[in-house]
Design a protein around this ligand. Structure first.
Ligand code: CFM
Length: 546
């Protein structure tokens, strides 16, 4: 057993690592955690073998965020021309203000509320006497100051605890204004086990209050929506550049640099391309049922993945003009990527990496590390569900628990006038025969090597233990983990905010990523760093009056 060794474990046994991660826990905790640590060997499982989307055990320092973060911060936050008003204490708003690095471009209309922080700033008296009046006043103030098209209200924990009826307040204000769509999200932080519940709550309300409001037919050919792309570090801008070059019209992005009108018009697109499956699959499913828009999984992280996703979109439309143009764009973009790889790969090949990010990036970024010849030895999600790990085929076998049941499931039916199957049954069968898969996501486990460790809801203790045992060349997670990992002598790359880098999507993004990772894994600086207590474990001192 290699517990105490400081040397890199070249041959590690995953069973030993798992046992070591669990060794310090009380037996009940160890039993629960054991179900969330999977040694990857059963690829393409039909039944869930990893427990996910369950409560974090109290006392464990989880990496997760809250439901409000998933709704306000993740899904609605990147939209530029909707006033996002937080009903709650100021901290909930302040700490969600411009920290996610989702970029916006104000565009020709110049409307961009991203730099603002809107909050009702709840005080003790609002908690005691109720905050509805204050909320109505805040909505009025935002309307008077900015005259936005839309105001979205987000509930924080105290709102649910004191029972403010935010939906009636917003409904009344919407009627009062007449020219501003006002609606609310019951996304109190405690509503679910993680930010994932907030995604679902956001998806439901966006579908209920925004999607389908504008039937106007937009110009352009090959119309798609890009779902689950949030323009972190400018990723969305790079994807938009590629779409434009290919002649693909992006009607809406959910929700990087998006506008109110994009959501309202999204039902006019002919294909939903789903990037982050975890956060937005509900919208894709509901749009298919109501409007007949099929969806496919795409990934624009990684140059090869980008090329594959573009071909997937082109093959769906099936027109030679688009297929040829996409091939021409790939041929034009790839030489720069290949040149970068040829130069960098000899320095990165066979290096090891671990990734623990939200609910889809561990999988997406594996593509980029594969391109660098690096081995992903352990990965997992903070809040992924079993289908994000093992593929959508396990969906019928997932047991709903009380926490999941808590989240509203919208009943959606085909729209009487606007349901329009984008492809005939015959066309769908032909695509299927050609190997084209709709509504399919195979999950992270499929792409992980045999014997690697897939860990759900990794915590602070286990992260440090993993690094100590397996000594990866690089660790990827978020800011909460960054400095504790670097203090262990291992470089750390933030895959949520990208530190201050990006874009990493598309072709230009891939080259950016290769260059940064090359610098990180080949810099010796972290291994030279010693904390004072590592150099002199026995510190002594004296008071200056002695
Ligand atoms: Fe989707 Fe995201 Fe992610 Fe996510 Fe997120 Fe994010 Fe993420 Mo941070 S929507 S699941 S809730 S890809 S904010 S842009 S990086 S945890 S892996």
């Amino acid at each position: 057993m290699a517990t105490a060794t400081k040397k890199k474990m070249v041959q590690w046994d995953p069973t030993d690592i798992k046992a070591e991660l669990l060794a310090k826990y009380p037996s009940k905790v160890a039993r629960k955690r054991a179900k969330q640590i999977m040694i990857n060997e059963a690829l393409q499982n039909d039944t869930p073998t990893l427990t996910a989307n369950v409560r974090t055990i109290p006392g464990i320092m989880t990496m997760r965020g809250c439901t409000y973060a998933g709704c306000k911060g993740v899904i609605m936050g990147p939209t530029r021309d909707i006033v996002n008003l937080v009903h709650g204490p100021i901290g909930c708003s302040f700490y969600a203000w411009l920290t996610r690095r989702n970029q916006t471009d104000a565009g020709p209309d110049g409307e961009n509320y991203m730099p603002y922080c809107f909050s009702t700033d709840m005080q003790e008296q609002d908690i005691i006497f109720g905050g509805e009046k204050k909320l109505a006043q805040a909505i009025q103030e935002a309307y008077d100051l900015f005259h936005p098209k839309s105001i979205a209200v987000f509930a924080t924990c105290p709102v649910g605890l004191i029972g403010d009826d935010i939906h009636t307040v917003t409904k009344n204000m919407k009627e009062k204004f007449g020219d501003c769509n006002v609606y609310a999200f019951s996304c109190e932080g405690y509503k679910g086990v993680s930010q994932s519940a907030g995604h679902h709550i956001a998806n439901n309300q966006v579908f209920r209050h925004l999607v389908g409001l504008n039937d106007e037919v937009k110009p352009g050919k090959y119309k798609i929506n890009l779902l689950g792309e949030y323009n972190i570090g400018g990723d969305g801008f790079e994807i938009d550049r590629i779409f434009k070059k290919c002649g693909i019209t992006c009607i809406s992005t959910f929700s990087g640099n998006s506008t109110y009108d994009q959501f309202a018009s999204s039902h006019t697109a002919d294909l939903n391309a789903v990037m982050c499956h975890r956060s937005i699959n509900y919208v894709a499913d509901m749009m298919e049922t109501k409007y007949g828009i099929p969806w496919v999984k795409v990934n624009f992280i990684g140059a090869k993945a980008t090329a594959k996703s573009l071909r997937k979109i082109a093959n769906y439309f099936g027109e030679k003009e688009l297929i040829d143009r996409v091939e021409a764009v790939i041929a034009e973009e790839m030489p720069a990527v290949e040149a970068a790889i040829a130069e960098i790969l000899p320095r990165t090949a066979e290096k090891t990496v671990m990734m623990f990010v939200g609910g889809s990036r561990a999988h997406h970024y594996k593509e980029l590390f594969d391109e660098l010849g690096m081995k992903t030895i352990s990965a997992g999600y903070e809040f992924g569900h079993q289908d994000d790990y093992e593929g959508r085929q396990v969906l019928p076998n997932i047991q709903l628990d009380a926490d999941s049941r808590n989240i509203e499931e919208l009943t959606v039916e085909a729209d009487e006038t606007r349901f329009n199957p984008r492809k005939s049954a015959k066309e769908m069968t032909a695509l299927d025969k050609a190997g084209y898969k709709f509504k399919q996501y195979d999950g992270l486990a499929m792409d992980m090597d045999k014997g690697t460790l897939i860990i759900d809801d990794l915590n602070q203790y286990e992260a440090e233990k993993l690094v100590e045992l397996m000594k990866p060349d690089l660790f990827c997670a978020g800011v909460k983990e960054k400095y504790s990992i670097q203090k262990l002598g291992v470089p750390m790359k933030q895959l949520h905010s990208y530190d201050s880098g990006g874009p990493y999507a598309g072709f230009i993004g891939a080259v950016n990523f290769y260059e940064e990772i090359d610098r990180l894994v080949n810099s010796k600086v972290w291994s030279h760093m010693k904390a004072p207590w590592q150099k002199n474990p026995q510190l002594s001192g004296s008071f200056n009056w002695e």
